[in-house]
Design a protein. Sequence first.
Length: 319
Amino acid sequence: MSKNSDKHYVGIDVSMKHLDVCVKSTGEYFRVENNAGGYREIKKRLSAYPPCLLIAEASGGYERGLVQGMQNLGFDIAVVNPRQVRDFAKALGRLAKTDKIDACVIAHFGEVIQPKATVRVDKASQALSDYQERRRQLVDMLTMEKNRYAKSGESVHKQIKKTLDFLEKQLKEVEKNLKDRIDENEALRKQVEQLKSVDGVGDVTAFSLVIDLPELGKVTRKEIAALVGVAPFSKDSGKMKGVREIGGGRANVRTALYMATLVATKHNSIIKAYYEKLCSMGKKKKVAIIACARKLLVMMNAMVKNNTTWGANLVKNKA
């Protein structure tokens, strides 16, 4: 166990049906089912190891039930990037891959890196996340069907049009459910109103920020930029200065933020001025847009933190 912490770090390898669990401090390993009964069994087995932090990889949604279930049972759990865990395993020379090995590597990763616990999400917030994910799925399906319509012959246009009509109806229903649920939540409704006071931010971006980024207004400017993945990483070595790149973070939030930034560079006086300044300095347009996205995000983080709306004073004092 880390000398910097008295916590027990517990790695959990997640699959659709099973959870493989490893306690780093003792090497204890066991397997349970990925359901409510399995979560209770984990609680029972870990009762001998207080306090502990559970660590699981993001697994395409299979980890959702685990996170909510273990949080409801009183545990802290951190969801980490699987690519980082795999790189960590390679650095250790652990190239073999089994469910047990993965669980133990995740536990070791947690002990060394000590990731922050995932923000607790209540049932209402989880329902919002589900609707938000469904909205993205429908938008993707609509895009694919529209592309098929454009490339197909007239003989199948009628059939594809029926699918498009159905998907568009579903999308409207999901968007209405999203709006109704946010309107019912006073805190979320207020946040959405604050964010929409920004020129360039509409419902889609505001909903994505309040649903997919619950840390907004609760962390520092550097932390919020890293969470979304708009903080540039250096690639320097000796005299060589590499191109700064962004990466990681929450791709869905970053996509919504990017689209809002494109609008803001044309219609938001502050972001537009910043964008033009960067371009005049010789920055590539894409680099300038990402810089503007980071600035916009940091400013909105300050807005929520300080319970205010968009304004020049906020930009001057808090961004």
